[in-house]
Design a protein around this ligand. Sequence first.
Ligand SMILES: Nc1ncnc2c1ncn2[C@@H]1O[C@H](COP(=O)(O)OS(=O)(=O)O)[C@@H](OP(=O)(O)O)[C@H]1O
Ligand SMILES: [Mg+2]
Ligand SMILES: [Mg+2]
Ligand SMILES: [Mg+2]
Length: 375
Amino acid sequence: MAVESLETEMDTAVRVVHLASSLCVKVQDKLRLPSSTNGAHVKSKDDDSPVTVADWGVQAIVSWVLAEVFGGQNLSIVAEEDTEALSKADSLGLLGAVSNAVNEALSEAPKYGLPKPDKPLGSTEILKAIGRCSSVGGPKGRHWVLDPVDGTLGFVRGDQYAVALALIENGKLLLGVLGCPNYPVKKECLSNGCNQTVAKSVPGDVSKGCVMYAKRGSGQAWMQPLIAGGIPESATLLKVSSVNDPVLATVCEPVERANSNHLFTAGLANSMGVRKQPMRVYSMVKYAAIARGDAEVFMKFAQSSYKEKIWDHAAGVVIVEEAGGVVTDAGGRNLDFSKGVYLEGLDRGIIACSGQVLHEKIIGAVYASWESSSL
Ligand SMILES: Nc1ncnc2c1ncn2[C@@H]1O[C@H](COP(=O)(O)OS(=O)(=O)O)[C@@H](OP(=O)(O)O)[C@H]1O
Ligand SMILES: [Mg+2]
Ligand SMILES: [Mg+2]
Ligand SMILES: [Mg+2]
């Protein structure tokens, strides 16, 4: 496939994910303070999932920066959050906290090679930036796809989460960037496999994280360390694991049983000969783990009533594929980013693998287990 230049798009996306990740680090630090000072930072959505100052804050700065760089007129951003809860009369404190986080981050933007506003953004401008991200994507045109904080549950628990930004054009992925502020460049720096970095964290310390990025068709995926107050000069090339024996493979999956059927994936893993315990990790850090060879398989089988959203996968898929991996649904088909907000037509679940050999074994195990369960 011909590689489009996309220089400004990639450069801006990487820079803004670094900046957004630094905002998240600061907000997550605040969440560790005694409850009297952090109450304003976490809210419950209608489906009981959490949303925080960081989710809205990241959405606001990414939207503002993209509009500055590419012009707001024809900009299409498909993103998770909206302004409803923030616009309520009793949400002034929350909006104030989002405002502070956004303006603090944007004041640092020039250090990241990004524009900053002439004066701090007011509440109206912040709500406008968040609200601008209400595009529904689709099969035509260019759409940015943003999950401002993926794994918000992990985020509020002081654990793994990711900032995920991707670009699709005519339904195809062009690029993806993943900020993983609690996923150190070297996995040995984690205190407990891929989970729980809390023990080693120092407030305000961004050096325990990384940012990954890849351009479709380049055959390359890159990783940079997250550093304080700017962008590092170097990046390292990522490569998926070469392990293709299930006995040696590490399988990762969502932490919450409600998000993926642990029993079913344990059966699949067992039937193909996997021996290691699953690595349960919040967020798209699972894709990051596959891309850089810390794990070989990521499986997610949500309840059949749940529809996967494009922002939960877009950035991770392109990074894993360009690092040499394979991502499909459980029927072996590519994920379809052309149908709007949802991954319409997804066959049962998502399977990301370091290579073809393991992938074929899992698809085979899914068929076998599905057939035997309907006997
Ligand atoms: N019921 C259900 N089933 C499956 N998936 C769901 C469900 N509800 C939500 N979500 C989406 O899952 C995103 C978090 O996925 P994770 O893989 O991080 O799950 S887990 O927190 O580790 O269990 C999470 O992303 P964020 O909201 O960005 O955190 C949701 O988009
Ligand atoms: Mg998400
Ligand atoms: Mg999210
Ligand atoms: Mg959410």
